[in-house]
Ligand binder design. Structure first.
Ligand code: C2E
Ligand code: MG
Ligand code: MG
Length: 267
C-alpha cells in the first residue's frame, strides 16, 4: 500500500536531514542565550537555545529541525556542540567577577540522554573547560520518564554526583508520574509556557501552575516559569511562590554580544 502523503513526508525529512548535515559542516549553527531572573529581576543565568542560520531561509527555529535531528545521530553532534559552547562560555564568565555567578541551562534531548556515553561526555566537557559543575544545568524532559526509568534515575544520579544541576523542562505537558518524580535527583521544575500563557484567564491553567509550584516547594525543588510575558503573569506566579522567571517580559533570547550588553546594562 503506497501512501503518497507519507512518502512526501519521508522525502521532506530526508532532504532536511541532508540539509542539516551540510549546515553542520558549514558552521551554520549558533547558540542564543535567554536570561533567567530572580524575584528582583536580577539575572541569575541563561538558557542556551540552538539556532540555525540558514543562508537562504534565514533563522530556522529549533522546533523545525530538532525533531529531524533527533531521528538521526546528528542530535548527538549538535547536543555535544551546544554543551561545549555552554561550558566554554561558563569558563570565560568564571574569570570575570561580575559574571561568575551566572549559570547556563542546556537542553538535552531524550535520545542524547539515552546514549551510553552521555554522562562521560558531560564529565569530559566539564573537565576540559575547568568550570564549576554546579553552574551547568541540564534541562531534561518528561519523555525520559516514559520508559527505562531505572537507567534514567541511575544516570541522573551520576550527573548529580558530579555536581551538575538538573531541571525538568516543560513540566506538566508530558508523562508526569508523581511517584517517579520523587525518585529523580532533580534540582528544579520548569513550568511549561503553555500554562503560564493563560494563567490569568484560564482557571485550569492557574490551578495547574499553582499545583506545580506547591509540588516543587513540598519536594524541596526550585521552580522556574518559562514564557513569562507580562508583569501580571509574573506577579501571579510570585504570589504563588515561584521566584524564578524566564520570558519576553525580561528578554528574548539574545546573541552572545547582545547578552553581554544586557548584563552590563543591569550591573
Ligand atoms: P524550551 O527548552 O522549552 O525553550 C523555551 C522556548 O520558549 C524557546 O523557544 C524560547 O525562545 C521560547 N520563549 C522564551 N520566552 C518566551 C516568551 O515569553 N514567549 C514565547 N512565546 N516564547 C518564549 P525556541 O528557542 O524556539 O526553542 C524551542 C525548543 O527547541 C526548546 O524549548 C527546546 O525544546 C528545543 N531546543 C532549543 N535548543 C535546543 C538544544 O540545544 N538541544 C535540544 N535538544 N533542544 C533544543
Ligand atoms: Mg528548555
Ligand atoms: Mg520549556
Amino acid at each position: 500500500f503506497f501512501d503518497p502523503q507519507m512518502q512526501a513526508v519521508a522525502t521532506a525529512n530526508a532532504a532536511l536531514a541532508a540539509d542539516l548535515r551540510q549546515a553542520w559542516r558549514e558552521g551554520q549553527f549558533v547558540v542564543d542565550y535567554q536570561p533567567q531572573v530572580d524575584a528582583g529581576g536580577r539575572m541569575t543565568g541563561v538558557e542556551a537555545l540552538l539556532r540555525w542560520n540558514h543562508p537562504q531561509r534565514g533563522r530556522v527555529p529549533p522546533d523545525q529541525f530538532i525533531p529531524t535531528a533527533e531521528e538521526t545521530t546528528l542530535i548527538l553532534t549538535l547536543g555535544r556542540w551546544v554543551l561545549d559552547q555552554a561550558c566554554e562560555q561558563l569558563a570565560q564568565w568564571a574569570r570575570r567577577p561580575e559574571r561568575a555567578h551566572l549559570s547556563i541551562a542546556v537542553n538535552v534531548s531524550a535520545r542524547q540522554f539515552r546514549h551510553p556515553e552521555f554522562v562521560d561526555g558531560v564529565m569530559d566537557a566539564i573537565a576540559r573547560s575547568g568550570i564549576e559543575p554546579n553552574k551547568l544545568k541540564l534541562e531534561l524532559t518528561e519523555t525520559l520518564l516514559a520508559d527505562g526509568i531505572d537507567i534514567t534515575v541511575a544516570k541522573m544520579g551520576n550527573l548529580k554526583k558530579m555536581g551538575v544541576a538538573l531541571s525538568l523542562d516543560d513540566f506538566g505537558m508530558g508523562y508526569s508520574s508523581l511517584s517517579y518524580l520523587k525518585r529523580l535527583p532533580l534540582d528544579q521544575l520548569k513550568i511549561d509556557r503553555e500554562f503560564v500563557k493563560d494563567v490569568l484567564t484560564d482557571a485550569n491553567d492557574a490551578a495547574i501552575a499553582r499545583t506545580i509550584i506547591g509540588l516543587a516547594n513540598s519536594l524541596d525543588l526550585e521552580v522556574i516559569a518559562e514564557g513569562v510575558e507580562t508583569e501580571a503573569q509574573r506577579d501571579f506566579l510570585l504570589a504563588q511562590g515561584c521566584a524564578a522567571f524566564q520570558g519576553y517580559l525580561f528578554s528574548k533570547p539574545l546573541s552572545l554580544g547582545e547578552l553581554e550588553a544586557y548584563a552590563d546594562a543591569r550591573a
